[in-house]
Design a protein around this ligand. Structure first.
Ligand SMILES: Nc1nc2c([nH]c(=O)n2[C@H]2C[C@H](O)[C@@H](COP(=O)(O)OP(=O)(O)OP(=O)(O)O)O2)c(=O)[nH]1
Length: 130
């Protein structure tokens, strides 16, 4: 089975992390995630991230270093996060229910999708270092 990669962006601006609130599937409705999506055939992971962020948030971005461990998901998917910079644009929710900006102190109380909880210490560290 081919492993399909899901890429997700950790975007930190002024000490706050951008999170996006999912609408679907029902099990994840209302939960917050790092924006991103599946790498499509022929794409590199960072190309996919750039495309997803353009489609979902209307921003141009540049992926940097990986952050956190790679998380195995169901159905042969693996989830991977990258620290990502906004090159241009102001993020707005084109596909999600909402976007929000969260400080390190606020992050533990956010209803994150379960798979992303593993990244909490890494995300808090990145926020405190910013
Ligand atoms: N984008 C994103 N997906 C995540 C995160 N955590 C997590 O478990 N997932 C899961 C949810 C989905 O099963 C899968 C990615 O789905 P998606 O719906 O974002 O991807 P996509 O836009 O390419 O999907 P599709 O609707 O075109 O099938 O990864 C996360 O932080 N960001």
């Amino acid at each position: 089975m081919n492993v399909c990669v899901v890429v997700a962006a950790a975007i930190v601006v002024d000490g706050r992390l951008l999170l996006a609130q999912r609408r679907r599937p029902a099990a994840l409705d209302g939960l917050w995630e790092l924006p991103g999506g599946k790498v499509e055939p022929g794409e590199t992971p960072t190309d996919a991230l750039r495309r997803e962020l353009r489609e979902e948030l209307d921003i141009e971005t540049e992926a940097g270093e990986r952050i956190g461990v790679e998380v195995p998901l169901a159905d042969g998917l693996v989830l991977r996060a990258y620290l990502t910079e906004i090159v241009s644009g102001i993020p707005r929710a084109l596909d999600h229910a909402a976007i929000g900006w969260f400080s390190a102190a606020e992050l533990p109380a956010v209803d994150l999708v379960p798979n992303d909880r593993m990244w909490l210490p890494d995300l808090e560290r990145a926020l405190r270092a910013s």
